[in-house]
Design a protein around this ligand. Sequence first.
Ligand SMILES: Cc1cc2nc3c(=O)[nH]c(=O)nc-3n(C[C@H](O)[C@H](O)[C@H](O)COP(=O)(O)OP(=O)(O)OC[C@H]3O[C@@H](n4cnc5c(N)ncnc54)[C@H](O)[C@@H]3O)c2cc1C
Length: 285
Amino acid sequence: MLQPLQLLQPTTVAEASRALAELGDKAKLYAGGAELLLLLRNGLLDAEVLIDVKNIARLHTVSWADGLLRIGACVTHRELAANSLVRQHAPALAYAESQVANIRVRHQGTLGGNLAFNDPHSDPGTVLLVHDSSVVIGNDKGERRIGLDEFFVDMYATALEASDLLLEVEVPSLPDGMKSAYQRLHRYQRPTLGVAAAVRLDSGKIAEVRLAAGCVGPKAQRLSELEGKLAGASLNEARKIIADEKEYLRELLRPVDDLLGSAEYKLYMTGVMLGDAVEQASQIS
Ligand SMILES: Cc1cc2nc3c(=O)[nH]c(=O)nc-3n(C[C@H](O)[C@H](O)[C@H](O)COP(=O)(O)OP(=O)(O)OC[C@H]3O[C@@H](n4cnc5c(N)ncnc54)[C@H](O)[C@@H]3O)c2cc1C
């Protein structure tokens, strides 16, 4: 059962950060509460104070300028799926957001909460990786920016420190002619697997490609070595190269057997879905 909790409602990043520093482990940042309230209700997490970050205005904005989409941490999945700037500049992200869970979770859960929690079975992080996205982290002393690949440290672990807030996600537009696609496999609400590809073809061959895989192991990851091997390949050759790189994928992604499937099944399907995502991205006009 949920114990009575004190709710703080700061309106600035500095105020929220100071409250975190002063209260330590007793306090938790609270955005949509989709994850947090479940954990508290089930006794998996202790807190006496919730610091609601939704009154900090800058965490709610979505803007685009000079090839960079900026998304505030408190923008919900549902808002992102429908946002015209996101649909125009990062359509695969809008699609991934539209696939998250169900209408209740999409309405309640925020992008910042999703990335900060870093549950391995999540959607948006995988697409954000092929956009070379960064996150802006803030506290009462200032702000810093790090790449999303560095932000995701391990399962449920990120580069956020004790008095940090995730403020914004910066999503660069893809280079000219490059298109992206997200493919998701699910038996339950959370994805069993999710892969993203961004591709530019030249005369039917892969000129540029970016790949990411999520949900297979502890965290979503870019597949940089595999990307290098696909340069100059046709779509059929790309499928074969991906299938031959199973050991690379195993070592990098560290798949585990769980209720969603065996490690072997996840590896095999990741390869198939990467090939599908490359093909899908290459067919977008
Ligand atoms: C039934 C169910 C199904 C789901 N299915 C999917 C799915 O299909 N795909 C998917 O991607 N996700 C899925 N999720 C996860 C969901 O997307 C996340 O729970 C949600 O986005 C978390 O956002 P929130 O705002 O509710 O975070 P909260 O629950 O409020 O917080 C989550 C964590 O992030 C921290 N936090 C929140 N905001 C910040 C911030 N600005 N800075 C630093 N730390 C912060 C909190 O302290 C807490 O530790 C599912 C969740 C549920 C409950």
